[in-house]
Write a protein that binds this ligand. Structure first.
Ligand code: ADP
Ligand code: MG
Length: 358
């Protein structure tokens, strides 16, 4: 798309794709065209050239009002109606859509619970009786009321103080896991983008310079401007907000043993797959590693594989690199295993991660 304001291109030949179910962060400094991009997606404005496709349908062919009911929109200024209660703010569109009063009440309570505002305390408050963070939660609840498959969020936590901001980011991540939504999240805050994003698109001068995961952008910036925006010259800073999933080496399934087989069977399996070490999952919290040499040296080859191995430190995919490093350092180990909802995803070798940071 291209969008021109008085001969200057706010959006300049912008083309990119967002995948279903991902949290796509648009990162860029002020004036780079982030807000304009969101407004083009939900047709608050139309492009001068190009088009937006939703599931391969050109949004120009859709009724803009109907389109926007399928797209939640959360903005920094929140935009709650001051003379309406929390319930009426959230229930506004359902009421226009002639939902039954009981259904509206149930939905409002469900959403307030989701955004961690106890309904009995907050349902009948007015916006000026809420803190900034609480207003932002109501804004999110309102954006979710029609259960839109797509959610656009424009610097929603930008006006909050740093501590509250971090709390809301974490809450938002856990809300996101409960919802099956595609989310486009705009921010100028690198740290926020690293914490939240599945993928980040770096915008500058109305163009998308590079799209990638946090670690791709950090370790392989495509040019100087991306490198500056991401802060790649100072990668060490990133250990505070890089997460396990960003730095892990995905685990090859042939290296993972989850069943009760013997050492001998394991040796045969490892030789046939040409691997020299494997991960043994005994339970969600008890995961070990064993090398081929150790197995060959094991006297009782009939022994269960579940009875041997060196226990590994286990981390969740969203644990930060700094927390992994400090725990490994205190236990004097160099490797950790990353597990998410009971699935072993990969391993982190701390030495190779640190080598990449310098
Ligand atoms: P961001 O959200 O990244 O800070 P915007 O998308 O709001 O940036 O703006 C991109 C550029 O387009 C800026 O230079 C801004 O001044 C210009 N712009 C945005 N909206 C308008 C408008 N309605 N009229 C004129 N210029 C605009
Ligand atoms: Mg903006």
């Amino acid at each position: 798309m291209t969008k021109i304001y008085k001969e200057s291109k706010a959006i300049n030949d912008l083309s990119f794709e967002i995948c279903k179910g991902e949290l796509f962060v648009i990162l860029g400094s002020s004036g780079s065209g982030k807000t304009t991009t969101l407004r083009l997606i939900n047709r608050l404005i139309d492009p001068d050239e190009g088009a937006v496709y939703l599931n391969s349908n050109d949004t120009k062919t859709m009724d803009p009002v109907k389109l926007r009911r399928k797209i939640g929109y959360v903005i920094q200024q929140i935009g709650l109606f001051p003379h309406m209660t929390v319930k009426d703010n959230i229930g506004l569109i359902p009421r226009l859509e002639k939902w039954k009063e009981e259904d509206i009440s149930n939905k409002v309570d469900e959403l307030l619970t989701l955004v961690a505002l106890p309904p009995d305390l907050f349902r009948y408050r007015y916006p000026n009786q809420l803190s900034g963070g609480q207003q932002q939660r109501v804004g999110l609840a309102r954006a979710l009321v029609m259960d839109p498959p797509l959610l656009l969020m424009d610097e929603p936590f930008g006006a909050l103080d740093p501590l509250l901001r971090m709390q809301l980011q974490n809450e938002f991540l856990s809300i996101k896991r409960k919802l099956d939504k595609t989310i486009v999240f705009v921010t100028h805050d690198i740290e926020e983008s690293f914490i939240l994003a599945d993928r980040i698109g770096v915008m500058h001068g109305g163009k998308m310079l590079q799209i990638g995961t946090p670690s791709e952008l950090l370790f392989e910036p495509s040019n100087e401007i991306v490198s500056k925006i991401i802060g790649a010259e100072n990668k060490f800073k990133a250990i505070r907000f890089l997460q396990a999933k960003d730095v892990m080496i995905p685990l090859d399934k042939s290296c993972l043993i989850e069943s009760d087989i013997s050492c001998k069977e394991t040796i045969n399996m490892m030789i046939s797959h040409k691997i020299d070490s494997c991960i043994i999952k005994k339970s969600n919290s008890d995961i070990a590693q064993v090398s081929l040499i150790e197995l060959l040296n094991e006297k009782d080859k009939a022994k269960s594989i579940l009875a041997i191995g060196n226990k590994l430190n286990v981390f969740a995919s969203n644990d930060t690199l700094s927390s992994i490093i400090s725990l490994l350092k205190s236990s004097n180990e160099s490797m950790a295993v990353i597990i998410d909802r009971g699935n072993v995803l990969g391993i982190v070798r701390i030495n190779s991660v640190l080598m990449n940071l310098v």
